[in-house]
Design a protein around this ligand. Structure first.
Ligand SMILES: NC(=O)C1=CN([C@@H]2O[C@H](COP(=O)(O)OP(=O)(O)OC[C@H]3O[C@@H](n4cnc5c(N)ncnc54)[C@H](O)[C@@H]3O)[C@@H](O)[C@H]2O)C=CC1
Ligand SMILES: O=C(O)[C@@H]1CCC=N1
Length: 269
């Protein structure tokens, strides 16, 4: 890719994308620029670790960049856009990974007929395994979507969705890795509580997770089919799953995802 990308916001998500892009070698390190509000220490860390460019001068940054990737928290986004808005050109491509904030609102804050694409990746981007959903704003055309797809496909998979679906996407795949980690935390805790060494527990659990993920990915079988194959009648799995059912596990997961979706809606308001 011969374009320069400027990251406005240099937190966890920006770092996951930067790390994934560099590993994919789609872009030269020197074509990645980062800036944040004022945390110099964070910028120095990223600059040193990834040998990318840092630039606190927003005018200079906007003159050099072709793609502007907005990666601040939703509450900081208006201010972040205001800091670069005077230097925006309508041939900049704006990408936003910010939860909740619509392309319409971004276009309004920018005040130009400028292409905006909203993306919802997840932190597995850092190793090339993000599940990213994309949706396009009013002024983005196929060519812009293709650039976004090219970029996010190097750090995982992409799917285009209607913007209305983005809140649910955020609840499912944006936050999704955290729910899985939370489940793993509980599995590790119980193994250690029962006397297993932490190293043994981690090895067994992490490989179990990896294997289950690959089974879903590599066989044509659904999660339900795969689960049923493990669940022998009157066996150990059945005993475990009955306990989950008695404790309304699936309803709890659904409530968790609805809560994340609703929070995304609130963040956009
Ligand atoms: N962490 C995750 O797993 C995911 C996060 N996102 C979205 O990515 C965005 C960033 O999330 P994180 O990286 O986790 O947050 P973070 O808090 O780690 O990073 C936010 C960054 O924005 C910078 N910032 C704040 N105000 C600014 C301003 N006015 N100008 C320039 N930079 C400014 C901060 O200095 C910081 O570097 C959020 O909107 C979140 O919804 C999306 C998908 C997954
Ligand atoms: O927790 C958050 O708000 C962000 C959005 C998706 C994942 N992390």
């Amino acid at each position: 890719m011969d374009k320069k990308i400027a990251f406005i916001g240099a937190g966890s998500m920006a770092e996951a994308i930067i790390s994934g892009l560099i590993q994919s070698q789609i872009i030269d390190k020197q074509q990645i620029i980062v800036t944040n509000r004022n945390n110099r220490q964070r910028i120095s860390y990223l600059k040193e670790k990834y040998q990318i460019i840092s630039m606190q001068n927003k005018q200079q940054l906007m003159e050099q960049a072709d793609i502007i990737l907005l990666a601040t928290k939703p509450c900081n986004m208006e201010q972040a856009i205001a800091s670069v808005q005077p230097y925006m050109r309508d041939n900049h491509l704006i990408l936003s990974v910010t939860a909740g904030i619509s392309t319409k609102r971004i276009e309004r804050w920018i005040g130009l007929k400028i292409p905006v694409i909203r993306a919802m990746p997840n932190t597995s981007a850092s190793i090339g395994y993000s599940a990213t959903a994309l949706c396009i704003g009013a002024y983005a055309i196929t060519e812009h979507l293709q650039i976004a797809e090219q970029l996010f496909n190097t750090i995982g998979t992409t799917v285009q969705v209607n913007e209305a679906e983005m809140h649910m996407v955020t609840g499912i795949s944006g936050s999704g890795p955290a729910y899985i980690y939370y489940l793993i935390e509980a599995m590790e805790q119980v193994a250690v509580e029962a006397g297993m060494s932490s190293a043994t527990a981690k090895q067994l659990i992490h490989q179990t997770l990896l294997g289950a993920g690959k089974m879903l990915n590599q066989t044509n079988e659904s999660a339900t089919e795969l689960r049923k194959k493990i669940t022998s009648p009157a066996g150990t799995t059945e005993a475990g799953i009955q306990t989950l059912e008695q404790n309304h596990f699936q309803q709890m997961i659904k409530n968790c995802i609805y809560a994340a979706r609703d929070r995304s809606i609130e963040l956009g308001e």
